[in-house]
Design a protein. Structure first.
Length: 586
C-alpha cells in the first residue's frame, strides 16, 4: 500500500505542486525515468538560473528539509519522471482531467489545484529541475510520522443544517489573466464606500473596480501608479486589501495594501538582515479629489512598509469598525491584519509571536495621526500596549499570535471576529480582545504546535496550558472538511429571516459554505459549525459546478444595506444572496 503524508496548501490564490508526496511517487514513478532524468541539465549556470526561478515562483511554499505550505522537494527528481513533472507544472488541470492516476489521486486527497505555469519557458522549468536535482531526499517528516500527534483533530463531521440560500448573479469581472490562464481573475474583496454605498471590488493583479449599475469599471490602477508593484508569484501578493475612511464622502480618504519588490523602499519593520526579504508590503493612503467620481484622481502617501520573508501570509486585510460612531474611541481607526509571512515554514519561527514584532498580529492605527516612529500615522492611546515602557514594544499591536488573520469583521452586538487560515490541520474563527495572545506558532487552533518540529502535526495541550494565557478559537473545522477558511459576515439585511444571527463563511478552495449561530458565542465552546447550500435562480447548484473548476476561490462581501455577496475568483463572478429558507420551513 502506498503511504501518504499530509501536506496542506494555503495562503492565498496559488496552491502549488500538489503531486510531490513521498510514498505514492516513489511507488509509481520509477519505471522509464532513467533517460528522462538524464535530460535534466547539470551545468552550474543552469543550476544558478534555476535557483533564482525557484525563489521567485516556488520557495514560498517549498523547502528541502520537511513539508511546509507545500511538501519538501528533496530528492523529487529521483522519484518522479522529468517529463511528467514538466507536463504537470505546465498544465496541472489538464493532467488531472486526463485521468492520470497519480495526479487524480492526489488532487482528490488534497482538494487543491495549482495554476498553470505554461508561461514559463521549458528551458527555465528544466533549470528549476536542475536546481532541485542538487537537493537529495530528506526523510525527516517520515521519521516523525508517529510522534504522539493527533491524526484527526476534530473527528466530528460538519452536518448540513437544512439552510439553503438562493444566489442571483450580479456581474462578471473582466479576466485579469492572459487568455487561457487560471484563475481568470483574482478578485478577493467586496466593500462599499460610506455615505454613497457604492460597491468596490479589488483584483490582486492591481485593479480596484467600482460597480456602476452592476458593471465593473476600473476606479484605481495600482500598477500604473506604483511602479514597483508586483503580484507574483501569487500567494495573495499584489493588491491585498482596501478600506474607505468612514468620512470618505467628505475627506476623500481611502487605504490600500500591496506588494513591492524587495528594497523598493525603506522598511519600517524589519528583521535581521541575514534573513531574506521576498516582498515588501506597503500601506498607502489615497486622497480622491472628487469622492463621487467614477475614476480616481488625486494624491497618495505611504504610511508604512513591512519586510516579509515570503509572498505568503501578508497584509491581506485592512478595515474600519463599521459600528464606531463619530466621537467614539474607535472611530476612524484602521485595523490591519499582518500575517507571519510564512516565516515558520521558512525556518524562522522566532519572527512572529511577540509584542516587539509586528508579524502575526492585528494592529490598530490612526491614519490621521503623527506619533508613530516614522511620523506618518498615529498610535491610539487606547491600544493595549500604547503605554508600555519596555523598549521595542510595537505599540501598534492590538492582538497577536496569528499565522494569517485573513479577514476581520464585527457582529451587530459589537463582537470583533477574525477568520484565521491555519497551517496543516485547523481553520479557526477567533473572538478578538485587545492585548490577547492567540498562540501561533506554539498553538494551532486548540492544539499544541511545535514550530521547530513536524509542521504537519498537532498535539494535545500540555497540563500546564493555563500558564501560557492563550486565547483559543470560538469555532474551528479541520482539514477533513476544508483547507483554508474564507472569512465572512453576519447578515445585517432586513429581508431574509433565515439568515438572522448567523455568521456566514466557507472554504476557499472547495467553495463549501458554513455558518455558526452567533447567539452561541459565550454559551458554548466550541460553537457548532453547520453547512449550508445554495440554489442559483432557484436551481440547486454547487459553486464548483457553476465555476466549472474544482478550485472555487471563495470570498464574501457585504453592502451598505447588510446584504451578503459571494465572489468566486476562479471565474470572476459576483453573486448576491436574495433569499434563504430552512428545510423545516419548506
Amino acid at each position: 500500500m502506498p503511504r501518504f503524508f499530509p501536506v496542506r496548501f494555503k495562503s492565498g490564490p496559488t496552491f502549488v505542486f500538489v503531486f510531490f508526496l513521498f510514498g505514492y511517487v516513489f511507488q509509481g514513478c520509477r519505471s522509464g525515468t532513467t533517460g528522462e532524468k538524464n535530460a535534466i541539465p547539470t551545468d552550474s549556470a543552469t543550476i544558478t538560473s534555476g535557483r533564482m526561478i525557484f525563489i521567485r515562483n516556488c520557495a514560498s511554499c517549498h523547502g528541502f528539509g520537511q513539508d511546509g505550505i507545500g511538501p519538501t522537494l528533496g530528492g523529487i527528481t529521483e522519484a518522479v519522471a522529468a517529463n511528467w513533472l514538466l507536463r504537470f507544472i505546465k498544465h496541472p488541470q489538464q493532467v488531472i482531467a486526463s485521468g492520470d492516476k497519480r495526479a487524480d489521486s492526489l488532487f482528490k486527497r488534497f482538494k487543491s489545484l495549482m495554476p498553470s505555469f505554461d508561461a514559463i519557458p521549458e528551458k527555465d522549468l528544466l533549470a528549476v529541475l536542475a536546481f532541485l536535482k542538487t537537493h537529495g531526499s530528506s526523510r525527516a517528516d517520515l521519521l516523525q510520522e508517529h510522534d504522539g500527534n493527533i491524526a484527526d483533530p476534530i473527528p466530528e463531521k460538519i452536518k448540513f443544517s437544512g439552510l439553503t440560500a438562493n444566489l442571483v448573479p450580479v456581474t462578471q469581472f473582466p479576466p485579469s489573466a492572459a487568455p487561457g490562464k487560471f484563475p481568470k481573475t483574482r478578485i478577493t474583496k467586496l466593500a462599499f464606500s460610506p455615505g454613497s454605498g457604492d460597491l468596490f471590488v479589488n483584483d490582486l493583479r492591481g485593479k480596484l473596480y467600482k460597480l456602476k449599475n452592476n458593471v465593473p469599471r476600473v476606479y484605481l490602477d495600482l500598477p500604473g501608479l506604483k511602479p514597483q508593484f508586483i503580484d507574483e508569484p501569487g500567494l495573495a501578493t499584489g493588491f491585498g486589501s482596501f478600506a474607505f475612511h468612514p468620512d470618505f464622502i467628505k475627506n476623500g480618504l481611502f487605504y490600500t495594501t500591496h506588494t513591492e519588490k524587495p528594497g523598493s523602499g525603506k522598511s519600517d519593520f524589519t528583521y535581521p538582515d541575514s534573513i531574506k526579504v521576498e516582498v515588501q508590503w506597503v500601506l498607502t493612503e489615497w486622497k480622491a479629489s472628487n469622492p463621487a467620481a467614477d475614476t480616481f484622481s488625486g494624491t497618495s502617501r505611504e504610511l508604512l512598509r513591512i519586510n516579509m520573508v515570503s509572498g505568503a501570509h501578508g497584509v491581506q486585510e485592512i478595515t474600519f469598525d463599521p459600528l464606531a460612531k463619530p466621537g467614539s474611541a474607535d472611530y476612524g481607526l484602521l485595523y490591519i491584519g499582518v500575517g507571519d509571512g510564512a516565516s515558520v515554514q521558512e525556518g524562522y519561527p522566532f519572527i512572529p509571536h511577540a509584542k516587539n514584532k509586528i508579524w502575526g498580529s492585528i494592529i490598530r492605527i490612526d491614519p490621521l495621526g503623527k506619533n508613530s516612529a516614522n511620523g506618518k500615522y498615529g498610535i491610539p492611546a487606547t491600544n493595549p500596549f500604547a503605554r508600555e515602557k519596555t523598549p521595542g514594544i510595537v505599540k501598534e499591536i492590538y492582538a497577536y499570535g496569528f499565522r494569517n488573520p485573513h479577514r476581520i469583521t464585527w457582529t451587530r452586538s459589537g463582537l470583533m471576529l477574525a477568520s484565521h487560515i491555519g497551517q496543516s490541520n485547523l481553520e479557526s474563527i477567533y473572538l478578538i480582545r485587545p492585548g490577547r495572545d492567540y498562540g501561533w506558532p506554539i498553538r494551532e487552533g486548540n492544539f499544541l504546535f511545535n514550530p521547530y518540529g513536524n509542521l504537519n502535526h498537532v498535539y494535545p495541550l500540555p497540563a500546564n496550558d493555563s500558564l501560557y494565557k492563550i486565547t483559543y478559537p470560538i469555532a474551528s473545522f479541520d482539514h477533513d472538511e476544508g483547507n483554508a477558511i474564507s472569512g465572512g459576515y453576519e447578515y445585517w439585511g432586513a429581508n431574509i429571516q433565515a439568515l438572522k444571527g448567523k455568521f456566514l463563511f466557507g472554504d476557499i478552495p472547495s467553495g463549501r459554505l458554513f455558518y455558526i449561530d452567533l447567539a452561541a458565542i459565550g454559551k458554548k465552546v466550541p460553537v457548532t459549525v453547520r453547512e449550508w447550500k445554495i440554489t442559483i435562480d432557484g436551481v440547486p447548484e454547487t459553486l464548483k459546478k457553476v465555476c466549472g473548476s474544482d478550485r472555487v476561490d471563495l470570498r464574501f462581501g457585504r453592502d451598505a444595506k447588510g446584504d451578503v455577496y459571494i465572489l468566486t475568483k476562479s471565474d470572476g463572478r459576483l453573486y448576491k444572496i436574495s433569499g434563504a429558507v430552512m428545510e423545516s420551513q419548506k
